[in-house]
Design a binder for this molecule. Structure first.
Ligand code: R5P
Length: 303
């Protein structure tokens, strides 16, 4: 097996390669003055199984095109198979038509990956559990929830379980919160009813359901943090309802706009994310802690 990485998340590629006892290989990339890219594979890959680590994070369109060229170059060089490790699948929130006249962008991305020659894809914490069904190649859907559950066990050890509530900041993610609750021996959980204005992207946290949060330690668990609006509004509501300490867990640190500054200022103890997306040093902040998914990826690739 030969492990390659595109430019979106080389650090994760290196960690995965290390776990597998191999060295990460990098395609040669040249960018022409007009912005076109040329990708070249320097290693012999004839009859090899190739793995490509590339998150479809910002700049998403560039990362998609780069991934397509890497797959094509590997296949033309005789690689037997191309397994994509795409921990963060860009466009996943556009998996269906929300309003008349829209494109189903995720389906377009999937089609082109498959046409170019992807044989299998490994993703993490997809926005909807139905996304793997949109693929015609094997799509493995892994989750960082077990990594988060281990951290929550550490944070809650020695205190009565009634002191804690797991909280989904979004009504659509109740399934995820139930799963992590089952990993934590049925820890209490609730969810926040949230509204997002499709035109402006603005978030309103309307109401807390199920969980009594007064004086409790709250673990918010979400799939991703993009603008930070969901977390900020959710935390405001939780604090208004008398919540005690709040910890935030989210698999994908998309961190668009000024999310990092918002998260540092919001009254939470810590923000735990994974290395599914590489975070530039400018977007890191003191409350942030990054947990690695590299062992899980290597475990899946070894199968
Ligand atoms: C929404 O449905 C997702 O689960 C996340 O809550 C959302 O994408 C986070 O986005 P933002 O940080 O921009 O509010």
């Amino acid at each position: 097996m030969k492990v390659f990485a595109g430019s979106s998340n080389r650090k994760l590629g290196e960690r995965v390669a290390k776990e597998l006892g191999t060295t990460l290989l990098l395609p040669e990339k040249f960018v022409f003055p007009d912005g076109e890219e040329r990708i070249r594979i320097l290693e012999k890959v004839l009859d090899d199984d190739a793995v490509i680590v590339q998150s479809l994070s910002t700049p998403v369109n560039e990362h998609i095109v780069e991934l397509l060229f890497i797959i094509d170059a590997l296949k033309r060089s005789g690689a037997k198979s191309a397994t994509l490790v795409v921990p963060y699948l860009g466009y996943q929130r556009q998996d269906h038509i929300f309003r008349d006249g829209e494109a189903v962008s995720l389906e377009v991305v999937i089609k082109i990956l498959e046409v170019v020659g992807a044989d299998k894809i490994i993703c993490f914490d997809l926005h909807s559990i139905r996304i793997p069904e949109l693929f015609h190649i094997p799509a493995i859907h892994l989750s960082a929830l077990s990594i988060f559950a281990d951290k929550i066990k550490e944070l809650s050890s020695g205190l009565p379980r009634e002191n804690f509530v797991l909280m989904s900041p979004d009504n659509g993610a109740v399934g995820r919160i139930k799963k992590i609750s089952s990993l934590l021996d049925g820890m209490n959980f609730g969810f926040i009813e949230k509204d997002r204005d499709l035109a402006s992207g603005g978030v309103t946290a309307k109401e807390i359901h199920d969980g009594d949060v007064k004086g409790k330690i709250i673990f918010i668990v979400d799939d991703m943090i993009s603008s930070g609006g969901t977390i900020v509004k959710g935390v405001e509501l939780l604090k208004k309802e008398g919540a005690g300490k709040i910890y935030v867990f989210a698999t994908h640190p998309v961190f668009s706009q000024n999310a990092s500054a918002l998260l540092q200022d919001v009254p939470v103890e810590k923000v735990f994310v994974t290395d599914s997306i590489n975070i530039s040093k400018y977007k890191k902040f003191p409350k942030l802690e990054i947990l690695s998914i590299s062992k899980m990826i290597a475990g899946e690739l070894r199968k």
